[in-house]
Design a protein. Structure first.
Length: 237
């Protein structure tokens, strides 16, 4: 082979391999660029708690930021990334999104009178933490809770309740019994807080999904009581 032919062959090989390398690099780079971004709720439970409590501070001070509820509506049509799941009472005076100053799509709210854990509510929260990546679960009681007060009357006065209400108050009864045994100055407030603590514990130890995520440090479970008059949420230890 002549020298010029050898040089040409080497040049062609260099061009081919160089082009292949450039193509591979471009493909890798493009793959990286197209990789899904980190989910907006890929934060710790502690960070999520900090955010919603800061929001509650704004709400209580009448400085709420979330006023344009149409913002981000189109983006939310394809996915949701809530930062917290809230197990709240159904009381009409309690609105978690307002109380924590969070916009649509930021809270995954499960509500029923007395904010206790039943199978349906637990399944909803399991879905939230496992498939939506929610890092924080809050059991939220509130002042002057009618469900807790009805349970107190049932226990202390033997009051009879219609329909399915006996089933509801039976779920709250363990908290009321524990509060009565302590003889607190304010039985309703003490029973409300005890109900939150018991249900936060039930959630944190709920197998097989929530308890595993709590043990792995991927989910944080806390309890709090919302004061209807002031708008403030007090976290419970």
């Amino acid at each position: 082979m002549c020298a010029n032919c050898h040089v040409a062959a080497v040049s062609r090989r260099s061009l081919v391999f160089g082009g292949a390398a450039a193509f591979s690099l471009a493909t890798v780079s493009r793959g990286r660029a197209e990789a899904p971004a980190k989910a907006p709720n890929a934060i710790s439970g502690s960070e999520a708690l900090k955010r919603i409590m800061e929001g509650n501070g704004r709400y209580a001070a009448n400085l709420s930021r979330n006023k344009d509820l149409s913002a981000g509506r189109a983006a939310r049509a394809s996915a949701q990334h809530p930062i917290a799941a809230i197990l709240s009472c159904a009381d009409s005076r309690v609105a978690p999104e307002l109380a924590f100053d969070q916009g649509p799509g930021e809270l995954f709210v499960v509500r029923l009178a007395g904010n206790f854990v039943n199978d349906d509510g637990l399944a909803s929260i399991e879905y939230g933490v496992k498939y939506l990546g929610i890092p924080l679960v809050v059991v939220l009681g509130h002042s002057n809770c009618g469900a807790v007060n009805a349970t107190i009357k049932l226990v202390k006065e033997g009051a009879e309740l219609p329909g399915h209400l006996p089933e509801l108050v039976n779920s709250i009864k363990p908290a009321v019994d524990a509060a009565i045994a302590r003889k607190p100055a304010d039985l309703l407030a003490d029973a409300t807080a005890e109900n939150v603590r018991l249900n936060a514990k039930r959630l944190a130890t709920a197998a097989p999904i929530v308890d595993a995520l709590v043990k792995d440090g991927k989910v944080k479970v806390v309890g709090g009581v919302y004061d209807i008059a002031s708008g403030k949420v007090a976290l419970l230890s």
